[in-house]
Design a protein around this ligand. Sequence first.
Ligand code: AMP
Length: 285
Amino acid sequence: MEIATTVAEARGFIRSWRSHDLAIGLVPTMGYLHEGHASLIQKAREECDRVVVSVFVNPTQFAPNEDLAKYPRDFAKDVKLCESLGVGLIFHPSPEEMYPPGYATYVEDPKLSENLCGRSRPTHFRGVLTVVLKLFLILEPTRAYFGLKDAQQFFILKRMVTDLNLDIALVPGPTVRELNGLALSSRNSYLSEEEKKAALSLNQALTLAKSLLRSGERQTATLIAAMKGAVAAEPLVKLDYAEIVETTGLSLIPEVTGEALVALAAYVGKTRLIDNFLWEGEDKV
Ligand code: AMP
């Protein structure tokens, strides 16, 4: 397995693979890898000749009041996991390598960033779109793998790939959870045992909404009120949002008539967690 810390080094490996017509699968991450990341890496390994994992805690997707400095990092452990999963290259640049002095160009999608996480993190998706486009241009993947745990991110990236005519297939992977339902996240490492238990209310709220949908409820106001009630029962959890949007423009909808994204974010203590499910008419995710 190769490790590149500069753009030039990474390009050396990528160019040689591409000259042999090898299909490259990219899994962008911020490191502190867990089973959720591993599932994407495994999928990429099955579908591509070479797998590239980027490990980069991207400063431009954090607002000044967020957890950039304390975001968990363990590169040695990430290297071991990637090695065991058959990764060909880890791209692990410094912030200065990605954003040298004078850096000024950003990619934005104000429409799809309007609701859900975009509302409470107004500069977040601009940072995500910018870094992912840079990773695409540096690492020239055939396919790129993203988790539906970050469903809004996936839809926004899909829009970018279409709008900018990028010749890259985006492949979604299902949310990997603990047995008790908690969605895996690097940020779960911030939680105390008590907070971990309280955090189960996020998935419980979504499960409640799903069962209401299954029993025929279609009014989003009713579904959202039920989710809010489930989260409010847990004193350690403060809801940021619970929203239901359609999956093309990510606009809020009064009624669920087709595919919809049911999503929420909440603070568990000081830690902000997100979770969601996709409703595809009859529930497939
Ligand atoms: P992150 O390192 O948190 O930026 O995540 C990197 C990639 O892994 C993103 O595409 C995430 O959606 C995905 N991911 C994170 N957590 C999970 C999970 N629990 N299940 C599936 N994919 C995940």
